[in-house]
Design a protein around this ligand. Structure first.
Ligand SMILES: *Cc1c(COP(=O)(O)O)cnc(C)c1O
Length: 396
């Protein structure tokens, strides 16, 4: 017994070690509460802040009709779907919403998922196996990386938006006897705010008979005709992933695809099968947002106009905004501690913008990531630009 006693070490030593390492590297993160007051303002403790880090690009999470629809469906069906989709969790409103989503995307069918992370992390392994090859943009969202790694497929990452590099990799992979080839990308990249070339990706997938998988999370509601995103109504895009926690102001996700692929996922995707269906209130909110989004052209125009103003201001001060051409505007500082410093400075000025550090972005590209909303006023944007300029003046 005494011997057993002696070899007992702290079994959570690895936890303390990992935390200490992150603290040393200025990479330790924590979830700090923020209490929203409206679509763009809120409170952190007793400090009022204008939020420039939310993905509520159109303010729909606070829209009276979206809220009313969530309440109405909760009153009618209760707070939970109370079962998974294949048991009794498919309510009529799930089915109706999927039909409307398919039509909106110009695809045969659509299937709801409980989150974008869950969709990417579980659809990709359902489509790939250990003898497949998957080629993905180096900057794709972590949920896609998780899915690709879990699949056991050979993973090839191409340089960001470098389709020549992708083509070289496709050339190398073709004729190697892989069971199938899949290309995965985002339409708008979440950390750089730039876009991929969807029609060029379609051409490449057709040339190599690959499957094209596009995550439209940051374009849905914000870009494309009627805000339908950048991957909708594009023949040749095999699977489109959309999420509802961003411009739709709700929660959850969907895939739009052929009827056969939908039927396959219903039968072969554990992330669809073994989980409780989205609750009625969430379905109500998504449905109302889907109805509202086409009517919000003026809001989208305002959003893109303000994003362009912010980009120009940041560039004039000499900072890189990467290839941003969307409502996501990065200000690349480079150094992690500097990025934190700018974020803290903005907070003292009543402005909330989180520092994004490795491993979320590549080392040496720590940044502030501004996410604009159509609900930001001109004065709020001016205040942000002025505060950045003052910080720059002090730093240089
Ligand atoms: C936010 C995001 C996700 C995750 O979606 P959730 O519904 O928040 O889990 C997936 N892909 C991309 C590109 C995203 O930006």
């Amino acid at each position: 017994m005494a011997k057993v006693e002696q070899v007992k070490t702290n079994k959570f030593g690895f936890v303390e070690e990992a935390l200490a390492q992150r603290r040393r590297d200025h990479l330790l993160r924590a979830a700090v509460p923020f209490a929203p007051e409206d679509a763009v303002r809120g409170w952190r403790g007793d400090r009022p802040l204008v939020n420039f880090s939310s993905n509520d690009y159109l303010g729909l999470s606070k829209h009276p009709r979206v809220i009313a629809a969530a309440q109405e469906m909760t009153m009618r069906y209760g707070t939970s779907a109370s079962a998974s989709r294949l048991i009794t969790g498919t309510l009529p409103i799930h089915q109706e919403l999927e039909e409307r989503l398919a039509a909106a995307c110009g695809q045969e069918a659509a299937l709801l998922f409980n989150s974008g992370f869950q969709a990417n992390a579980t659809i990709l392994p359902a489509l790939l196996d250990a003898s497949s090859v998957v080629l993905c943009d180096r900057l794709v969202h972590n949920s896609m990386v998780q899915g690709m790694l879990a699949s056991g497929a050979r993973l090839m990452r191409y340089q960001h938006n470098d389709l020549e590099h992708l083509e070289r990799l496709l050339d190398k992979a073709a004729g190697q006897g892989y069971s199938r080839m899949l290309i995965a990308s985002e339409t708008v990249f979440s950390m750089d705010g730039d876009r991929s070339d969807v029609s060029a990706l379609v051409q490449l997938t057709q040339t190599y008979n690959a499957i094209l998988y596009l995550d439209d999370a940051h374009a849905l509601g914000v870009l494309g005709k009627n805000g339908v995103g950048l991957a909708a109504h594009q023949p040749g895009v095999d699977l489109v992933i959309g999420t509802f926690g961003k411009a739709f102001g709700a929660f959850g996700a969907f895939v739009a695809c052929s009827r056969a692929v939908r039927d396959y996922l219903v039968n072969c995707c554990p992330g669809f099968i073994y989980t409780t269906a989205l609750p009625p209130g969430v379905i109500g909110a998504i449905s109302a947002a889907l109805e509202l989004v086409p009517s919000l052209d003026a809001e989208r125009q305002r959003l893109h106009f303000q994003a362009e103003q912010l980009r120009q201001h940041i560039r004039q001060l000499g900072y890189d905004t990467r290839g941003s051409s969307s409502q996501i505007v990065p200000l690349v500082v480079g150094d992690e501690a500097q990025a934190l410093h700018l974020s803290h400075w903005l907070e003292t000025q009543g402005l909330l913008a989180s520092a994004i550090r490795p491993p979320t972005v590549p080392r040496g590209t720590a940044r502030l990531r501004f996410a604009l909303s159509s609900q930001h006023t001109g004065e709020q944007l001016q205040a942000l630009m002025q505060a950045i300029e003052e910080w720059h003046g002090r730093a240089s």
